[in-house]
Design a protein around this ligand. Structure first.
Ligand code: F6R
Length: 606
């Protein structure tokens, strides 16, 4: 999704804006631009494509100023061309925007009727024209901005420069997040704390409906009613964290390798290693719950599905898991003895946030399994369950997924004990199993070379099927999602038992079938699905463990043997092979692994 930065500064701004935009690259974008005032005039530089294109434009035609705004654009209205790239300028006003102005068409028609000429296909440009119109009507910049905000419907984070107001930037939030950074004689606004990281770690977050005016020394924040508002200033530990790939080619590769350490941090926060008991923060009384409702999108939703298998089986507590974009509009029947769990790496996904608010309106308590704790969902849930895996930069989620699964695994054990389904000794045993997960995940990552060899073959395929049973079914969904999003190969995940009900028609010599089957209680059934596939010429990539390898029917084209582990942690241990497979197929195909086409890291519009 689009990234925003605004700096009222004392140093050359162009380089700083681009430095900050680089930290927002992970959100996904397809063009970029910056604007500043030079000699009293608004000037901008824009380029389609990556930030290096913008850097080349700026190098050829420098923009000398100390205050300015910048933007990475993820196209919604209008193609990712230079003319649609932000900032958009109308008269004395330059605007960058993240979100969607839903009533832009009617506003645009009114503005055109007044003689305004548009130079882009975006919804954003109406904002610049509306503010400029209001200035022409004699309003001061703040009043012109507020009058404009009152006309907008939809989701937005905005940063605005007004010509002649050299040392001031205005910002507003309604939906997508906007943070205010407090520096030393300098002030900033940006999409998140990471964007502000190079300049300050003192950050306040606007609330929905807020707008802000920053100058060199202050931020004046106003709420929706236009009344002055205070928003707490927090010191962010991770804001200045260096986002480096180290020796890895891509962030995704690094993040796959980060997982054992990340999960170790996660698990350490959910168990007491002295007593080997669970220690889930937040004081939820699992014994009193009648049901859990998990909501999330994409990979976060899939992590929730794995949680359902574990929680229902261990704690005998019913769990519903639903894609947030469906849940929010379906008017699901809920009751207040249900705990809502919002799963989200970013904590900003618009549909997940709306689903959470729906649950809260029904009187339900809520927990958020989140990586970005200082996010909108983080601020709105009753209980935050942080996943502690550090900033995830690769658009395809990997380490956040396993950390989310680790949290739900600890929750499953804690709930089982609280509900009397396991005794203290069994809780201790399961905690010790969980504590083994990071080591076994590290072993699993060592399969990298074997998976790389498989990837060469899979990269030639047009379609790939992933099959699994039990918790390996959601993992099959995740394998298929990872593959399609970064390699653009069509892939589907199925419950292996569904094979005969349709997907078997797809099996031929050209279609690799990835079967995820550790030697667990489902193994025999998965093995017979494997035989059915092979009998029809299917090329099986069998991902199993040493016992599974021994008992597998002969004939799998490739066997990838992950370490043996307790079923409780099999989803964690079996994740690396499917992530590595997607990664190496994408590398083999020369795809842009960290920023796959059309995808955004933080989906702040529905
Ligand atoms: C897939 C992926 C997405 C996200 C989804 C939800 O690799 O990253 O499917 O999982 O957009 O995002 P969050 O977790 O930020 O709510």
């Amino acid at each position: 999704m689009c990234g925003i930065i605004g700096i009222v500064g004392t140093k050359p701004v162009a380089e700083r804006l681009i430095e900050s935009l680089k930290r927002l690259e992970y959100r996904g974008y397809d063009s970029a631009g910056i604007a500043a005032q030079v000699d009293g005039k608004l000037v901008r530089r824009r380029a389609p494509g990556k930030l290096r294109e913008l850097e080349a434009v700026v190098a050829a035609d420098p923009l000398i100023a100390e205050t300015g705004i910048g933007h990475t654009r993820w196209a919604t209205h209008g193609a990712p061309t230079e003319r649609n790239a932000h900032p958009h300028i109308a008269g004395r006003v330059a605007v960058v925007h993240n979100g969607i102005i839903e009533n832009f068409a009617e506003l645009k028609a009114e503005l055109i009727a007044k003689g305004r000429v548009f130079s882009s296909d975006t919804d954003t440009e109406v904002v610049a024209h509306l503010i400029d119109e209001a200035l022409n009507d004699g309003l001061d910049p703040q009043a012109a901005f507020k009058a404009t905000l009152d006309k907008l419907r939809g989701a937005y984070a905005l940063a605005v420069l007004v010509g002649g107001e050299r040392e001031v930037i205005m910002g507003a939030r309604n939906g997508p997040p906007l943070a205010v950074g407090y520096g030393d004689g300098e002030m900033f606004i940006g999409s998140d704390g990471l964007a502000l990281g190079p300049f300050t770690n003192r950050v306040a977050y606007l609330e929905d409906g807020d707008y802000v005016i920053i100058d060199h020394n202050s931020a004046k924040i106003f709420d929706e009613a236009g009344l002055p508002a205070e928003r707490p200033i927090k010191t962010l530990a991770a804001a200045s964290a260096v986002m480096e790939k180290g020796n890895y080619r891509h962030f995704m590769e690094k993040e796959i390798h980060d997982q054992p350490e990340g999960c170790q941090r996660t698990i350490a926060a959910y168990v007491d290693t002295l007593s080997d008991r669970t220690a889930v923060p937040g004081g939820i009384d699992f014994a009193k719950l009648e049901r859990i409702q998990i909501v999330g999108c994409g990979t976060a939703y899939i992590a929730g599905l794995i949680g359902k298998y574990l929680i229902e089986q261990l704690a005998d507590l019913p769990v519903d898991v639903e894609i947030a974009s469906e849940f929010r509009y379906r008017e699901p029947a809920l009751n207040s003895a249900t705990l809502a769990i919002a799963m989200s790496q970013s904590g900003e996904t618009a549909d997940t946030l709306a689903a959470l608010r729906y649950c809260q309106a029904k009187g339900m308590r809520s927990a958020g399994v989140l990586n970005t704790v200082e996010s909108t969902i983080g601020r709105e849930v009753d209980v935050v369950w942080p996943i502690h895996c550090g900033p995830e930069i690769g658009v395809a989620s990997t380490k956040a997924f396993t950390a989310q699964v680790a949290v739900l695994t600890a929750v499953a054990v804690a709930a089982a004990h609280a509900r009397g389904k396991i005794d203290g000794d069994e809780e201790k045993r399961l905690v010790r199993v969980l504590l083994e997960a990071p080591r076994l995940m590290a072993e699993s990552i060592k399969l990298e070379e074997a998976v790389k060899a498989v990837a060469v073959e899979v990269a030639k395929a047009r379609d790939v099927l992933y099959l699994g049973r039990g918790p390996m079914y959601p993992l099959a969904l995740e394998g298929a999602l990872k593959l399609k999003e970064i390699s653009y190969i069509h892939a589907e995940g199925y419950a292996a038992g569904e094979l005969k009900h349709g997907p078997i028609a797809l099996v031929d010599e050209q279609t690799p079938i990835v079967i995820l089957a550790p030697f667990d209680s489902y193994f025999e059934k998965s093995a017979s699905n494997m035989s059915e596939v092979m009998a029809r010429g299917g090329q099986v990539v069998f991902i199993t463990d040493p016992d599974g390898e021994r008992h597998a029917p002969a004939g799998a084209r490739v066997v990838v043997t992950a370490p043996r582990c307790d079923p409780l942690i099999a989803p964690l241990v079996m994740s690396a092979p499917i992530q590595l497979l997607a990664y190496y197929v994408a590398v083999q195909k020369g795809a842009d692994v960290d920023q796959p086409r059309n995808l955004a890291k933080s989906v702040t519009v529905e």
